[in-house]
Design a protein around this ligand. Structure first.
Ligand code: ATR
Length: 299
C-alpha cells in the first residue's frame, strides 16, 4: 500500500454493490507499489440507485480512474462522456479513465479472457470451435474477445433461449467471419456435439459456491479440448472437476481477473505492471497456489 499519500497522490478505485469482496484493491495497489507509482486504489460501495450521483461525484473529485463491477457494468454506459470501440461493441464498461474533464469508458474483460486462455492454457483461439455458456454481460465480452481473436465458430448455450437468440443476432452482423450458432444448455449432458468443441467457456454464475449444471457430462469432448470457467470460488468448480475427470486441460477465472486488471492498470497509468504480480497476489489470498503447483489449473 502507498504509505506516502500526499496532495498529489492519484486516486484509483472500484465501484460495485457489494464491493467488499473485491480483490482488485489488493492487486492494483501491489502493482502501484512495485512500480513506485504515486497512486492509491480504494473500494467505493455504490448502490444501484446512486450510480448517477456516484459517477458525477467521481468526476468532480478528480479521481484518475476506476473499475466498474456488478451490477453497474451496463448501466454506467450512458453516464460517461465517451467510450472506446471495445466498450461500445461489448455494451459494458469495466474500466473508466479520466481524460481532462471527461470520463472515458473502456472494457478490458475481452482482452483479459484472451490473455488468460493463452497464458494459463496455451490456447490459441485462431480457427477454433467454442461452446460459450451464458448470454449476459460477461458472455458479451467473451464473444467479442473470441471473434476478434479469430474463432471459427461459437455455439451459445443459455438457460433462457430468447436471450441467447438476441445475443447471437446482435453479434452475427458484427462478426460475419465466425459461424455463430445456438444450443440449449442440455448440450452439456453428454451431447455428441461436444466432440466438435475445442474450448468450453462458462460465463454464468453457475459454479459459484459449488452450484452445478444439471446432468453435466463432458465425456464426448476430445482429449485435446480445454475448459475455462470464469468462476474462481471455489477454485475447482464442479465444471472444472468434470473436466479433470475427463483428463481435459482446464483453468478457472483467476487468470482473467488478473489480466483484465493488468490491462486496466496500463490504460490508467501508461505503465505495464510487473509480469505475473497481480495473479500471484490473487492466488496467495485465494489459497490456490497449491492447486496451481499441483497442476489443477492446467494439466
Ligand atoms: P454477467 O454480467 O455476469 O454476465 P448477467 O448479465 O446477469 O451477468 O448474465 C448472467 C448469465 O448467467 C445469463 O446468461 C444467465 O442466464 P439467463 O439468461 O437464463 O438468465 C446465466 N445464469 C445465471 N444463473 C444461472 C443458472 N442458475 N443456470 C443457468 N444459467 C444461469
Amino acid at each position: 500500500m502507498n504509505n506516502n499519500i500526499t496532495g498529489k497522490t492519484g486516486v484509483l478505485g472500484i465501484i460495485g454493490w457489494p464491493v467488499a469482496h473485491s480483490l482488485s484493491p489488493l492487486m492494483q495497489n501491489a502493482a502501484c507499489v512495485a512500480l513506485g507509482l504515486d497512486y492509491v486504489y480504494v473500494p467505493f460501495p455504490v448502490a444501484p440507485e446512486n450510480l448517477r450521483s456516484a459517477v458525477d461525484g467521481l468526476r468532480v473529485l478528480g479521481v484518475a480512474g476506476f473499475n466498474v463491477t456488478i451490477p453497474h457494468k451496463e448501466a454506467i454506459v450512458g453516464l460517461l462522456d465517451g467510450l472506446t470501440d471495445e466498450a461500445r461493441l461489448i455494451g459494458a464498461v469495466n474500466t473508466v479513465k479520466r481524460e481532462g474533464d471527461r470520463l472515458i469508458g473502456h472494457n478490458t474483460d475481452a482482452a483479459g479472457l484472451i490473455a488468460s486462455l493463452q497464458g494459463d492454457l496455451g490456447f490459441d483461439i485462431e480457427g477454433r470451435r467454442v461452446l460459450l455458456l451464458g448470454a449476459g454481460g460477461a458472455a458479451r465480452a467473451a464473444i467479442v474477445g473470441l471473434c476478434r481473436a479469430g474463432a471459427a465458430s461459437v455455439i451459445v448455450a443459455n438457460r433462457t433461449p430468447e436471450k441467447a437468440e438476441r445475443f447471437v443476432a446482435d453479434f452475427r452482423s458484427v462478426f460475419s467471419g465466425a459461424n455463430l450458432a445456438l444450443s440449449p444448455l442440455d448440450i452439456l449432458k453428454g451431447d455428441q456435439r461436444l466432440k466438435g468443441v475445442d474450448l468450453l467457456i462458462n460465463t454464468t454464475a453457475v459454479g459459484l459456491d459449488g452450484t452445478t449444471f444439471d446432468g453435466l457430462d463432458l465425456a464426448p469432448m476430445a482429449p485435446c479440448a480445454c475448459v475455462y470457467d470464469m468462476v474462481y470460488t471455489p477454485p475447482l468448480t464442479p465444471l472444472l472437476a468434470e473436466a479433470r475427470r475427463n483428463s481435459l486441460r482446464f483453468a478457472n477465472g483467476v487468470g482473467m481477473l488478473a489480466a483484465q486488471g493488468e490491462s486496466a492498470f496500463s490504460f490508467w497509468t501508461g505503465c505495464e505492471p510487473p509480469n505475473g504480480l497481480m495473479k500471484s497476489r490473487l492466488l496467495a489470498v485465494l489459497g490456490s497456489q497449491d492447486m496451481l503447483d499441483n497442476g489443477l489449473y492446467s494439466k
